[in-house]
Design a protein around this ligand. Structure first.
Ligand code: NI
Length: 132
């Protein structure tokens, strides 16, 4: 069995400060202030409500990793991140179950430098895998 645990839901947002304010209106609290990820050229903020964690991701440059996605999908949730204590095994398990890797495992500055990788499935869209 995989050891996947839901870590956060990722939201694409055009303006991160405006999005933080709106999520606060719904009762979310900032648990990690907005910070710049220079690998992906995005700003990232984590918020929490009722034990659900959301990640707001906003492009910080025209050529950021998510600029194209934001143009296509506008503000929206776009991935669920799964944390695993057995990253390498679960990554291989996903690949052998039809998931396609859209990048390679890369450290995420907003997640203590832990490795993350994004994968996509033809039947359910994008997920993120996070090393515990
Ligand atoms: Ni994420």
């Amino acid at each position: 069995m995989p050891t996947l645990k839901i870590h956060h839901i990722g939201y694409l947002v055009k303006k991160i400060e405006a999005a933080i304010h709106t999520f606060e209106t719904l009762g979310y609290q900032v648990v990690q202030a907005s910070m710049y990820d220079d690998i992906r050229k995005v700003n990232i903020c984590f918020m929490q409500k009722d034990n659900y964690c959301i990640e707001l991701v906003s492009p910080a440059a025209e050529d950021s990793l998510v600029s194209g996605l934001l143009k296509k999908y506008k503000n929206c949730p776009y991935h669920i991140c799964y944390e695993t204590a057995d990253f390498d095994r679960d990554y291989q398990m996903l690949l052998s179950n039809g998931f396609i890797s859209i990048d390679t495992p890369t450290p995420a500055p907003a997640l203590q430098g832990r490795d993350v990788v994004f994968l996509t499935s033809a039947s359910m869209g994008m997920i993120e895998l996070l090393r515990s």
